[in-house]
Design a protein around this ligand. Structure first.
Ligand SMILES: [Zn+2]
Length: 237
């Protein structure tokens, strides 16, 4: 039997904390190298660095290029979707993401589109209409690149599944993380071909009902929650 490969599919290395910056203040030098060395020593085989905006996706690609075991995503997080309009030219912004994704695929580094989706728990960062518009727009990235999607869904199951359904022919599958929904939402999500769920840890910690729902999902999709099929999925290309 082949050894189990451990792959972390969502590491936020572009977060300032990895550069030692907390609440805008520098507290220590960048410690990505130390974090990585601990991960490799613990048996992690591959890491996918998350891109959450155009700039962050560029940074994620630059980080991924520093080590053969690092890969990354390209996309805009729901709480950052205002950046499309704030750029002054949403279509040009989209084209920037597409060009970056293509460049990263060429380099063998970009393995998924994301993270993108809907987050109605944090509307103060971005209103729902803007989130919905640019979540839907990013299916075009998945369609153009044929990459799977790394999705974020928090307190937004109905709109999320509706948008997914409308775009069902544009994506090949992926992982929906930050799941906080009901058993019905879970079943709806898992009815999409090649779709897996990762639950929201904050909710789980509070022993929210979501925990039970997600645990049910774990029973049926254990490997999905452990991200293993995603790994196979992302790396079988
Ligand atoms: Zn997320």
């Amino acid at each position: 039997m082949a050894p189990i490969r451990m792959i972390d599919i969502a590491v936020n290395f572009t977060d300032g904390m990895f550069k030692g910056i907390y609440n805008g203040k520098q507290h220590h030098v960048s410690d990505i190298a130390t974090v990585l060395s601990r991960a490799w020593n613990a048996g992690v085989d591959r890491i996918i660095v998350t891109g959450g905006s155009l700039e962050e996706s560029k940074e994620a690609l630059a980080i991924a290029e520093t080590d053969g075991r690092l890969f990354c995503t390209v996309g805009v997080h729901p709480t950052r979707c205002k950046e499309f309009e704030e750029s002054g030219d949403p279509e040009k912004h989209f084209q920037g993401l597409l060009a970056l994704a293509k460049e990263g695929i060429q380099k063998g580094k970009v393995v998924a589109i994301g993270e993108c989706g809907l987050d109605y728990d944090r509307l103060h960062f971005c209103p729902p209409e803007v989130q919905k518009k640019y979540f839907e727009k990013q299916f075009e990235l998945a369609y153009a690149t044929k990459l799977p999607m790394f999705l974020h869904m928090r307190a937004a199951a109905e709109d999320f599944c509706e948008i997914m359904e409308r775009n069902i022919n544009k994506f090949t599958g992926g992982v929906t993380h930050s799941f906080t929904g009901s058993a019905e939402d879970r079943d709806k999500l898992l009815s999409f071909h090649n779709m897996y769920i990762g639950e929201n840890a904050t909710y789980t910690c509070h022993l929210h009902l979501t925990c039970l729902v997600a645990m049910h999902a774990v029973i049926w999709h254990l490997l999905a929650t452990l991200y293993l099929p995603t790994i196979v999925f992302l790396f079988r290309r």
